[in-house]
Design a protein around this ligand. Structure first.
Ligand SMILES: *Cc1c(COP(=O)(O)O)cnc(C)c1O
Length: 379
């Protein structure tokens, strides 16, 4: 076989954790050495220090570290007393964990559609599916931007239900100058390695201004303990934030704003260079400032475009190919078609996006995308 290497070929990964790791490596390894010598692996100062700095960063009263983002949502719902007999409104186009957490809490997900330009919930799409059994809505800050939080707060007040935020993709995003995670009764975060603020393993947190809710989640993450080691007062679980991960998160938090600024610049460059007649970037939500966890465009003939970009060295992703109401474990809760989310699932494609991405790589991806998506594939 003769190879005809493309002299112009660049390899652009979807995500590059190595750059983020390098920025904090020395600092983390130094503190890890102290921690290992100390043998304080669970709880302790490393965890409370990170909880305090993350609460301060968000502008929230408290942060409670937990094992992962799914538990952050699941424990928040349980701590709010939401369970069997209750409905929780969720957008169907989200990472499965949002819905999983509702079902794990014993409640029923009520799937809502989204605004076709931003792919975010709106007060109208929430009101269209809420019932008298609805106790809460989970606003998902998809791809790193919040929905119109004023409209959602107004809508949840009017319906008499709780607003919970799934801010797993939005560490540092703002709406009207206020940080994601601080609008509803609780903000739920994941620190999975690929998130904007990511651990070197699994981790998560709940932020809230409600001291009673914070205390309940604190107890539930630690086997329902209250007060002493052998006092178990509520049904809990084991979902604590590891001290080793708290150290990583503390070091990375100090750099998060800089990394988010880099993401904004990269996204602005994508918007300038991508031909909107062949690929349409997800619209920004006016009133907020996103942190571009993912750089998502809509294209026709997505699978071909994705394959051809891969042949040019550009790795892309799909977030998400199947709306949750069409997944086997959750189809039983689906009560209607959700046309905007279903159409988006066929067209969304996530381009490479990571803070250390070089601007000539963005230019290369945009040029290849314009070429490939602008050409009609074989019918
Ligand atoms: C990552 C993510 C979660 C779940 O977080 P884990 O830490 O993987 O449990 C929940 N919701 C959304 C929108 C996410 O992107």
């Amino acid at each position: 076989m003769t190879l005809h290497p493309d002299p112009d070929l660049r390899l652009v990964p979807f995500l590059d954790l190595a750059g983020l790791t390098a920025d904090v490596r020395e600092e983390v390894l130094d503190r890890w050495t102290e921690l290992v010598d100390d043998t304080r692996f669970i709880g302790g100062e490393a965890v409370t220090t990170f909880e305090d700095s993350f609460a301060r960063y968000c502008g929230a009263g408290q942060a409670v570290g937990v094992g992962n983002g799914t538990d952050a949502i699941h424990l928040t719902l349980r701590a709010l007393g939401i369970g069997p007999g209750d409905d929780v409104v969720v957008p169907t186009n989200t990472f499965v964990a949002t819905v999983e957490a509702v079902v794990l809490a014993g409640a029923r997900p009520r799937f809502a559609d989204v605004n076709p330009a931003t792919l975010l919930l709106t007060s109208e799409t929430v009101e269209a599916v809420a019932t008298p059994s609805t106790r809460a809505v989970i606003a998902v800050h998809l791809y790193g931007q919040t929905p119109d939080m004023d409209a959602l707060l107004e809508c949840t007040r009017h319906l008499g239900i709780r607003l919970v935020e799934d801010a797993a993709q939005a560490q540092g995003a703002t709406w009207a100058g206020r940080k994601a995670g601080t609008f509803g009764v609780a903000g739920c975060f994941s620190f999975y390695p690929g998130k904007n603020l990511g651990a070197w393993g699994d981790a998560g947190a709940v932020v809230t201004n409600d001291p009673i809710l914070a205390e309940r989640v604190r107890s539930m993450r630690d086997h329902g303990r209250s007060g002493s080691h052998h006092q178990h007062v509520v049904l809990g679980t084991n979902s604590r934030l590891d001290a080793l991960q708290a150290v990583v998160l503390g070091a990375k938090l100090a750099r998060l704003d800089g990394w988010n600024r880099a993401r904004r610049d990269l996204m602005a460059q994508y918007r300038r260079l991508i031909d909107p007649s062949v690929a349409v970037p997800i619209a920004s939500q006016p009133g907020g400032e996103g942190v571009h966890h993912l750089a998502v465009v809509r294209v026709r003939d997505r699978d071909r475009v994705q394959r051809e970009l891969a042949s040019h060295g550009v790795v892309t992703g799909i977030h998400y190919p199947v709306p949750c109401h069409l997944m086997p474990p959750y189809a039983t809760y689906a009560e209607r078609r959700l046309p905007e989310a279903e159409a988006a699932a066929r067209e969304v494609m996530s381009l490479p996006m990571y803070p250390h991405m070089e601007s000539h790589d963005v230019a290369y991806v945009a040029r290849r995308l314009n070429e490939v998506a602008g050409r009609r594939g074989p019918a």
